[in-house]
Design a protein around this ligand. Structure first.
Ligand SMILES: [Fe+2]
Length: 324
C-alpha cells in the first residue's frame, strides 16, 4: 500500500507538488524535479537524469513525500505516468500479479494528483493522458480481473477511480464497441466520476457505521457538485455528463439524483454505475469488510440485476472470468 500522499504539501507559486511515489523509476520523464529545502526551492534532478536508487533513497531517509515540477511541466508529468503504465503493460516477461499491482499503483499516483488538486491544468492534462491508461487496461483485459486483488488493499478515492476506470472502460469497449478517442474519453470520465466527493465532509466519508438519512442526503449531493466543478472549470465533456451525472441512476428508477429510469439513462451512465458498484463492493468500507469478486458478483446478480440489466451484468462477469 503506498503511503498516503495527501500529507499536505506546501503551495508554491508556479510549481506543482508531485507525490514521490508517482515518480519512482520513471525513465522517460523529460522535465526537472525540484525539492523544497527549508524555505528554498532547489533543483533535485535534471530533466534527463533518472530518479535512480540513490536519489530515491535520499528522499526516503529524509521522509520527503513530495517533489515539485513547474506548472508548464504538468502535461509532461501525466504523459510520463501514462507512458510508464502502458510500457509496463506491454512487458510480456512480467508475471500478471506483479504487473497488475505495479501498473494500478502507478496509475493511482497520477490520479491522486489530479483529484487532490482539481485545477483546470490538472484536469485537462490529467484526463488527456490518463485516459490512455484506462484504454490500455481495457486492451489488456486479462489484467482487469487481477485488479480485485489490488484495489482492496488501497481504499483511497484515487485507487477506486482507477478500478472503476479499468472495469468501466473494458465494459464500454466490450458492450458498446467503443475504441480510440471515444474510449479514452469514457476512461477519463470514469476517472473523475466521483470528483464531487471532495465536497462531502470527512466525518461522513470516514464514518464507521451506516449513514443516517440526513448524511445520505449530503453524500447524494456529490453528483451535482461534480458536474458543477467540471463545468466551472470548462472541462465537462459529453461522456462526463453521462458518467458523472448518471452513475447513481438505476434502471428501475431507484437511483439519484433525478430518479431516471430505463432508457432515460444513457448506456455510459449505466456503465459508470455498474463499475462503481463492483469496485465499491470489493473494497473495504469503514462500516463493512470487502467482498471477494465472487461474492460481489453473486450479490449483484441476486439484488441488483434491475439496476443495470442482465446484459451489462453478463459483460462484467465475462471480464472477471480468466481467459484461456
Ligand atoms: Fe458516486
Amino acid at each position: 500500500m503506498p503511503p498516503d500522499p495527501r500529507g499536505v504539501p506546501r503551495v508554491l507559486e508556479g510549481l506543482q507538488p508531485i507525490a514521490t511515489g508517482a515518480l519512482v523509476e520513471m525513465t522517460t520523464r523529460g522535465f526537472p524535479l525540484y525539492h523544497l529545502l527549508d524555505n528554498d526551492i532547489v533543483l533535485f534532478c535534471e530533466a534527463d537524469e533518472p530518479l535512480d536508487a540513490t536519489r530515491r533513497q535520499r528522499l526516503a531517509v529524509h521522509d520527503v513525500e513530495h517533489l515539485y515540477v513547474r506548472d508548464e511541466d504538468t502535461a509532461g508529468f501525466y504523459g510520463a505516468v501514462a507512458s510508464e503504465v502502458i510500457s509496463r503493460l506491454g512487458q510480456t516477461a512480467m508475471l500478471e500479479g506483479p504487473k497488475a499491482e505495479e501498473t494500478f499503483e502507478l496509475a493511482a499516483w497520477g490520479v491522486h494528483h489530479m483529484l487532490d488538486s482539481p485545477t483546470v491544468q490538472n484536469l485537462r492534462h490529467g484526463c488527456e493522458s490518463l485516459g490512455y491508461v484506462g484504454e490500455a487496461f481495457a486492451l489488456n483485459a486479462d489484467i482487469v480481473g487481477a485488479l480485485a486483488r489490488w484495489v482492496r488493499s488501497d481504499p483511497s478515492q484515487a485507487a477506486t477511480a482507477v478500478a472503476v476506470a479499468a472495469v468501466g472502460t473494458a465494459v464500454a469497449k466490450e458492450h458498446q464497441g467503443l475504441e480510440g478517442q471515444r474510449l479514452r474519453a469514457v476512461s477519463a470520465a470514469l476517472l473523475v466520476h466521483d470528483i464531487g466527493m471532495t465536497t462531502v465532509p470527512d466525518r461522513i466519508l470516514n464514518k464507521a457505521a451506516r449513514l443516517g438519512a440526513g448524511e445520505m442526503q449530503t453524500v447524494r449531493l456529490h453528483v451535482n457538485a461534480g458536474l458543477r466543478l467540471l463545468r466551472e472549470l470548462d472541462c465537462l465533456t459529453t461522456e462526463m455528463e453521462y458518467v458523472v451525472g448518471q452513475h447513481h441512476e438505476r434502471l428501475d428508477g431507484s437511483g439519484y439524483p433525478n430518479r431516471l429510469r430505463g432508457r432515460q439513462i444513457h448506456p455510459l451512465g449505466l456503465i459508470g454505475g455498474i463499475s462503481d458498484t463492483f469496485a465499491a463492493l470489493i473494497s473495504d468500507r469503514p462500516y463493512r469488510p470487502r467482498n471477494s469478486p465472487y461474492e460481489a458478483l453473486t450479490l449483484m446478480r441476486d439484488q441488483m440485476l434491475d439496476w443495470f440489466g442482465a446484459d451489462l451484468f453478463r459483460c462484467l462477469v465475462g471480464l472477471m472470468t480468466p481467459r484461456r
